[in-house]
Every structure is written in C-alpha cells, then in structure tokens.
Design a protein around this ligand. Sequence first.
Ligand code: F6P
Length: 369
Amino acid sequence: MKKIVISTGGGDAPGLNAVIYAVVHSCYKRGWEVYGSRSGYGGFLDIDDMKRLTLKEVAGIYSMGGTILGSTNKGNPFSKPVENLAGEIQVVDMSDRILSNFNRMGFDCHIAIGGDGSLEIANRFAEKGMPVIGVPKTIDNDLQETDRTFGFDTAVSTATEALDKLHSTAKSHDRVMVVEVMGRDSGWIALYSGISGGADVILIPEIPFDMEEVCEKIADNDLHGKQYSIVVVAEGAVTKDGQIFNKGGGELGREEVVLGGVGEYVASEIRKRTEKDTRSLVLGHLQRGGSPTTFDRLLALRFGAAAVRLVQENIFGQMVALANSKMVAVPLADAIKARKKVNLDSDKVLTAQDIGICLGDSEGKWREF
Ligand code: F6P
C-alpha cells in the first residue's frame, strides 16, 4: 500500500484535471491511497486543505478545464510572505514544516504538477529528501526536456480559432488586427497559432522586431490587393532596440513580471506609420480556459499514469516527459535549468518564412541559424 499526494501549482492549464484523474485511477488499481493538496502546498500546512481523492471525486473530470485542487503562482513555500502579530509582512521559509508534515502524514510520494516555477520548488523539496515526481504543465510549452507540456495544444487551438474569426472582420473593414498572445519569454503559442491562423506577421521574443519591417509587410499586402492584415504578437516580444513590455514592474524572468502591452504598442506604431485603421486585442486568460483538446487530454492522462508507474518502481526526483512520442523520465533538475525557446532552425520557422509571414526581422543575427 502506498499513500500519494498530488498538488497543482502555478498558472492553471487545460489538462490538470486529466492528470489528477489518471493518477487517482492508476493508484486505485494498485490499491493505493491518493490525497490532493489544495492550492499548491496548502494541504501540508492546514489539514482542512488536504483532501482524500476517491474515484467519486474524480468522476468525469478528465475533460474539465482548471484544477479541482486550486492553484497559485504566489507564495513559494521557501519564501512565503506571512503577516506577523504586529501586522507586518515577513518572508518565512515554510519548507521544513511542509517536509515534516509530509512525513507525519505518512506519504510515500508527492506528484507535483507544474511549470518551471512549481517544478523548481518541487526539486528543492526533492533535494531535501521528499520523494517527488514532476509532471510538466504550462500553456507556454517552455519546459526543457519534454517535447510538449500539456495545456499548450489547447491554448494554440484557442488562439488559432480567434485568428480565424478575426479574418472576416479585418477583411470587411480593410483593417489591421493585432493580437497579443501569451507565452512569457517563449514564442511557441504565437508561432504555432500564427502559422495555423493565417497571420501576416508573427512577432516572438526569440526574434527582436523592427517596426519598419512589420509595416513593409502590411504595405506589401496592400500592394497585392490584400487590404487587411493579421499580426500576432507574443506578450514577451521585444523591439530591436531592446524595449520590453512589462506591466508588473518586476525583474525579467521572475514571477512578479506581468507581461503585456506590446500588442497595443505594435498597433499604435502601425497606425502612425501606415495610417491604416488598426485595432488590437489581448487574448489573455482565454488561452488558459476551457476543456483540454484531445491531444492535451491524452498527453495529460499519459503523464499521470506514467508518474504512478515511476512511483511503483521507486524512481523519484524525476519528471515524466514526452520524447519522440514516448513517455520517458528525466531528472527534475535538468527540466528546470532554463526555459525552452523556439528553435530558430526548426522547420516551423522555415515554413513561416516560406509562406511569406514576416517575423519582424529579415536580416538579424537569428538568420544564421
Ligand atoms: O505561464 C502561463 C501564463 O499564462 C503566461 O503565459 C502568462 O504570462 C502568465 O501565466 C499569466 O499569469 P497570471 O495568471 O498571473 O496573470
């Protein structure tokens, strides 16, 4: 008999519930018990937030968006802001308390479902002696060591569907529509949805952009009788002279950074430089919502079942991953070393160029790839 605890951390992503479903069912088959910790590590600090997960609890959840356990991208337990008796906020390290409660509750393994931030925390617990297995989640697809994270496919589908809808209104008004999509410092969502959704311009963080080139593409469209254009901008895109768009004011690469605003910037520059009627919109959290696509569902179910197989083999400190269509285990520490960027020599980038999409810089250094 084993006793497993699952947590979901960071921003939610479609497929979280499918992982929970697969873990609970795989454990049930083996006669093991499963608990869910609410809002990340909440259940290790307050027993009311530790919930037994039975088959009844997870019935039908594999197709639901969000997470039945709740999630947070605030309150790293290694540096958690806590209000003291004097009403002051103090940063406290709760990790020892969490670890001793984990042991006291008699758990054999913690299955941590998260993106780079949550898996970095999970890895720190692994280093302290907690048996941990990571499951790669994020719509951004920016985790190393796995070909895909679950949630990404759904986000791309949502963005592509939005682009499809924008074509008709853009065409009716001869307008330029600028769409800002998520993805933090990686351009995966922008690139995949932009190519699939017929964008004329795709701007990603990996290729700092030049407004001159963006406007040239729009002028070229006009010249060839296509009076409207669709521009997809990743929230983390930067200008050639290094301007970034951070509403949060925090340090880049850290959680407190709230990216946003680049879409409106690009739209206002287009308006100024081309005098075309231009509108911008931010897809925002729509990309995180809704049911997971079949691809994400299946991937999430496979990840959950694979995680339980690792527990059975007593293999810990690993993350389940997708490599060449197969389920594999990779060291958690390797997965969080750096964020995965769009590889500029990939055929997707070449495809974008070949079908005439402007990537914001036709001459830059990235072309050496
Ligand atoms: O990491 C997932 C993500 O959706 C990013 O694409 C985005 O920058 C961020 O989370 C938004 O986070 P929040 O939910 O805190 O607004």
